[in-house]
Design a protein around this ligand. Structure first.
Ligand code: SF4
Length: 488
């Protein structure tokens, strides 16, 4: 039976996969009678859902744990949980360095979180960093930050071995979720008012390779999944992340172009524009092949927006290599690029490579890349001015008004109060590198969404919070695409 008054604080670091897992952590704790708090001093349980991809992730974790130590000393019944990729990677080391941590739960052990917490009460500190997923986190109860959007995991782990990436180590080999399970989840979400989903996998293009369907000679592939999800009633927008340029297939382009709910946006990680660096990264496509895919995607879906990830300063990257990256960025004309300065991650092969670059050199290249990309992003945004767009409202704008996204994943600020989950018809009137200004098409009050028009009632409000602060929620990186990790 639920005990009254128990509270949890959940802090999430890293990529969408962690956002997805945090929805499950919040769901499990809520099912056990906890309510969310933003104050560590009020919390009975504090959970850090960690990321191993970011630079100095472990220093940040130990800094956060250090801040909690006096609270734990004052309140020994407070339980501190470390979950996520660092928990999986470092396991027992975390308890050695921060013995006041009660539970270390790895990426494959999330379903057992409540059990570990209960055992910590009677048996003392718990560690579970098992190496295989037995239950998909998607099968667990979820507490979502907003009612209209959901992350849906289609596969966990990755079979690639990019030399800079820690994911295969902490998430294991790819395990695809049966297509029927994914569909059942999406149908249930749509029945509960979710209008937009993001399908999640480290490499969505290899979805299904590890599945067999009884009675069928053919495995379901990602294109099949897109087409099947497109048929779900009530759903309006389908996004996915991330496809891998090496495993991309023409069938996925056909499925995107032929499925009206699949949004005109693709996150297509480049990582480097130099063939030599791509080889050292063990990314098995080359620059011309990458650009060739972009050309085919744009030919089939002309108004598609493209975002990417780029790493600057990979070991032994020369000025010529970097110029190759700038050249691809110029030719690709990305709408948005998540740019990263390479820094070695312990446990990856790249961390052991010769030719690690000095920080000032990496910074100088990084600044040039950012300047180029900002200029391109602004040009691309300006091309939108004067057009009309359907905007799905996600939350408050920074300077009042509301903030939402187009199907192309472009952030739009619109005046007036609009509840999260509302669809608006908007005319684009201004452009900035990272967002657009919009006005309601047809003047104030003239732009009720199709869903509102059909139902005659306003859309649902956003759901309860629980894992991120109001400030974070208002800051503009909610469901659509929070900063992607340098993966995929
Ligand atoms: S970067 Fe992406 S494809 Fe490469 S190993 Fe990491 S998760 Fe897999």
């Amino acid at each position: 039976m639920a005990m009254a008054g128990r509270r949890y604080l959940l802090r999430t670091f890293g990529c969408q996969m962690n956002e997805h897992d945090s929805e499950r952590i919040a769901g499990l704790l809520t099912a056990d009678g906890y309510v969310a708090t933003e104050e560590a001093a009020d919390a009975n349980v504090v959970v850090f859902n960690t990321c191993a991809i970011r630079e100095n992730a472990d220093n940040r974790l130990y800094g956060n744990l250090g801040h909690l130590r006096p609270l734990k000393q004052a309140n020994p019944r407070m339980r501190i949980v470390v979950a996520g990729c660092l928990a999986q990677k470092d396991g027992g080391t975390i308890r050695e360095r921060a013995p006041w941590v009660d539970v270390v739960v790895g990426t494959h052990a999330l379903p057992g979180l409540l059990d570990l917490l209960h055992r910590a009460e009677t048996e003392g500190p718990q560690l579970d960093v098992r190496e295989q997923t037995e239950v998909f986190p998607s099968a667990l109860p979820a507490l979502r930050e907003v009612a209209h959007h959901a992350w849906v995991s289609i596969a966990v782990g990755c079979d690639n071995a990019c030399t800079f990436c820690i994911v295969p180590l902490v998430r294991g080999p790819q395990l695809s979720r049966p297509i029927g399970d994914v569909l059942a989840e999406v149908q249930g979400l749509a029945r509960r008012g979710v209008v937009e989903i993001t399908l999640l996998g480290q490499n969505v293009n290899t979805y299904g390779r590890d599945l067999t369907v009884p009675g069928s000679a053919r495995r379901p592939l990602f294109a099949d999944l897109l087409r099947a999800v497109n048929e779900v009633d009530g759903l309006r927008r389908i996004r996915f992340t991330s496809p891998h340029p090496h495993d991309f297939t023409p069938d996925v382009i056909d499925a995107m172009a032929g499925s009206g709910k699949v949004c005109e946006h693709i996150h297509f990680p480049l990582q480097s524009g130099s063939d030599r660096v791509l080889k050292a990264m063990q990314r098995s496509y080359r620059r011309e092949r990458y650009l060739g895919w972009l050309e085919r995607i744009r030919a089939a879906i002309p108004d598609i927006a493209v975002s990417t990830d780029v790493i600057v300063g990979f070991p032994a990257e020369t000025e010529e290599d970097f110029e190759d990256t700038l050249d691809v960025v110029r030719r690709a004309r990305f709408d948005q690029a998540y740019t990263f300065q390479y820094s070695p991650r312990p446990g990856t092969r790249a961390a052991e490579m010769d030719g690690q670059l000095d920080k000032p050199e990496v910074q100088e290249r990084f600044d040039r890349l950012v300047a180029l990309q900002e200029a391109i992003a602004l040009e691309r945004m300006r091309e939108q001015v004067g057009s009309s767009a359907e905007v799905l409202i996600e939350g408050l704008g920074r300077k009042g008004g509301a903030r939402g996204r187009t199907r192309g994943n472009r952030v739009v600020h619109v005046g007036g109060e609009h509840a999260p989950g509302t669809f608006l018809d908007v005319r684009i009137v201004g452009a900035h590198p990272h967002h657009l200004d919009g006005e309601l098409a047809g003047g104030p009050g003239g732009s009720r969404s199709e869903r509102e028009r059909a139902s005659g009632s306003p859309p649902e409000q956003g759901g309860p919070g629980g894992s991120r602060s109001e400030r974070e929620r208002a800051s503009g990186s909610p469901p659509g695409q929070r900063e992607p990790a340098a993966v995929g």
